[in-house]
Unconditional design. Structure first.
Length: 392
C-alpha cells in the first residue's frame, strides 16, 4: 500500500473532492479532461505517462516558446510520473499506486487493458472506481476501433447538421467532443463516488463512449428526424435564423425563435412592417418564408456595430449575441468581474488559464498547479513506494 503520504496537501482551501485519489493512465484529450476536472474539484490526480511524455505534450498549437497549448490546458493541476506500461516492473508500480487510489481513469481499449493485465477485475479492489473514456465504449463491435474528435463528430451525427448546406459537413470547433466526453465522465465518476459513499465497498466501472456523448447532445435533431421522418440537414447560408450574420464590425447571432423576439428585433432594425405582420408571429411561417425577408434583415443588421446592437436588444430582452474574437473575449468585463481567468497558484506570474465551468460558494474549483513536466513528481510519488518496500 502506498499510504497517506501519497496525498498532496499543498492547498488548505476547502475542496469538494478532497481526499479522493486518482490515477490517470490515459492518453487522450477526453480522458485527460476528465481527470483535470476531478483535480480542479480537489482530487489528488497522479498522471502516469510514458517516458517520452503524454501525447498532448507533442500536440499543437504551440506558443512562441515552443510549449504545447493543449498540454497546458489538459494536464494542469496534476502530478506526473513517468513509467513504461510495456515494462512488467513498471506495471507493478502502477498497481501499487492503484491499490491506494479511489479512481482510475483510462482511455485504453479492452484488448490493450487485457495485454497490460489492467482489467478492472484484476485489481481485486471492491471499492475501486474505474472510469473508461473511449471513442466507442468498452463493449460492442466498435470497442477496439480508434477515433478522435473528427470521427466522433461524423459517427455521432453532429457533422450532418453542422455547417451550411452549400459546403461540406463540419465537426464542432476545436476539441468539443473531447471536452463534452470529459465533462460527462467527470459527472459519472462523481456519481459513482457518491454511490460508494452511500454503499461502502461498492465500486464500479464507468463506461463513457465519446460518440454516445455527442449523439446525446445531438438528440434534439435526431428526435426531430425520427418524429417527422425527415432528416434534419444543414442550414442555408442566407438564413438569419440559423447562425451569425455580418454586421458593420464583425458578425452577430440573432435568435428569432419567439414571436416577441421577432417583433422587437424588427422594430429596432426599422422594419416595422415585418414586425407588425401577424403572419410572422408563427415560427413555422418565418422558417418557410425566409426568402421574403432575409435580404432586408441582413441589410439592416449590416449598419450596426455588434456591441451597440447587443446592448439595444438586451434592453428589449431579445436573446442575441455578438461573435467575439479571442481578444474581445479576454477583455469582457463580465468574465473579469466573475473571476473567470486564473493563474496557477504555483505559477502566479505565468500565463492565464480559462476559468472553471461552474462556481461553488463553499468549495470552489481551484487551479493549484501548472501543467507538470513529464516525470516531475517521480521522486515525490514513487519514493513513497520505495520507502514502503515496493518496486521503484
Amino acid at each position: 500500500m502506498v499510504g497517506d503520504r501519497m496525498t498532496d496537501d499543498s492547498t488548505s482551501s476547502p475542496r469538494a473532492l478532497a481526499g479522493v485519489r486518482v490515477i490517470d493512465i490515459s492518453s487522450t484529450p477526453a480522458a485527460a479532461w476528465t481527470s483535470r476536472l476531478l483535480a480542479d474539484a480537489g482530487a489528488d490526480v497522479v498522471l502516469v505517462e510514458p517516458i517520452e511524455g503524454h501525447p498532448l505534450r507533442r500536440t499543437g498549437p504551440f506558443t512562441d516558446g515552443g510549449d504545447s497549448v493543449p498540454e497546458a490546458q489538459f494536464l494542469a493541476n496534476k502530478r506526473s510520473v513517468t513509467l513504461d506500461l510495456d515494462d512488467a516492473p513498471a506495471r507493478d508500480v502502477v498497481r501499487q499506486l492503484i491499490e491506494n487510489a479511489d479512481v482510475v481513469v483510462s482511455s485504453h481499449s479492452p484488448r490493450r487493458l487485457a495485454t497490460l493485465g489492467f482489467e478492472y477485475a484484476s485489481f481485486g479492489l471492491s471499492d475501486l472506481i474505474m472510469t473508461h473514456v473511449t471513442p466507442h465504449g468498452m463493449t460492442g463491435a466498435l470497442a477496439e476501433v480508434p477515433g478522435n474528435d473528427l470521427t466522433v463528430a461524423a459517427r455521432s451525427g453532429w457533422a450532418s447538421i453542422n455547417g451550411n448546406d452549400d459546403r461540406e459537413p463540419l465537426k464542432p470547433a476545436a476539441w468539443t467532443s473531447s471536452c463534452c466526453a470529459g465533462i460527462a465522465a467527470y459527472a459519472a465518476t462523481v456519481a459513482a463516488l457518491r454511490w460508494r459513499d452511500q454503499h461502502p465497498g461498492e465500486g464500479q466501472e464507468v463506461d463513457v463512449a465519446e460518440t454516445e456523448v455527442m449523439a446525446a447532445t445531438f438528440a434534439p435533431g435526431m428526435l426531430r428526424s425520427l418524429y417527422t421522418g425527415k432528416a434534419q440537414g444543414r442550414h442555408s447560408s442566407d438564413d438569419q435564423l440559423a447562425g451569425p450574420v455580418p454586421v458593420a464590425d464583425g458578425h452577430f447571432a440573432l435568435t428569432l425563435s419567439r414571436a416577441h423576439f421577432w417583433r422587437d428585433a424588427m422594430n429596432l432594425l426599422g422594419l416595422e412592417d415585418l414586425a407588425e405582420d401577424e403572419r410572422y408571429g408563427a415560427s413555422w411561417f418565418r422558417q418557410s418564408h425566409r426568402e421574403e425577408y432575409s435580404g432586408r434583415v441582413a441589410e439592416a443588421m449590416a449598419k450596426w456595430n455588434k456591441m451597440d446592437l447587443f446592448e439595444e436588444l438586451a434592453i428589449r430582452r431579445v436573446v442575441a449575441g455578438p461573435v467575439l474574437g479571442m481578444g474581445e473575449l479576454r477583455a469582457t468585463d463580465h468574465l473579469e468581474v466573475r473571476g473567470y481567468w486564473r493563474r496557477p497558484a504555483d505559477d502566479p506570474d505565468g500565463p492565464e488559464y480559462p476559468g472553471p465551468a461552474y462556481q461553488m460558494t463553499e468549495t470552489p474549483q481551484t487551479l493549484d498547479r501548472r501543467a507538470p513536466r513529464a516525470g516531475e513528481h517521480n521522486d515525490e510519488v514513487l519514493g513513497v513506494i520505495a520507502d514502503a518496500g515496493g518496486a521503484r
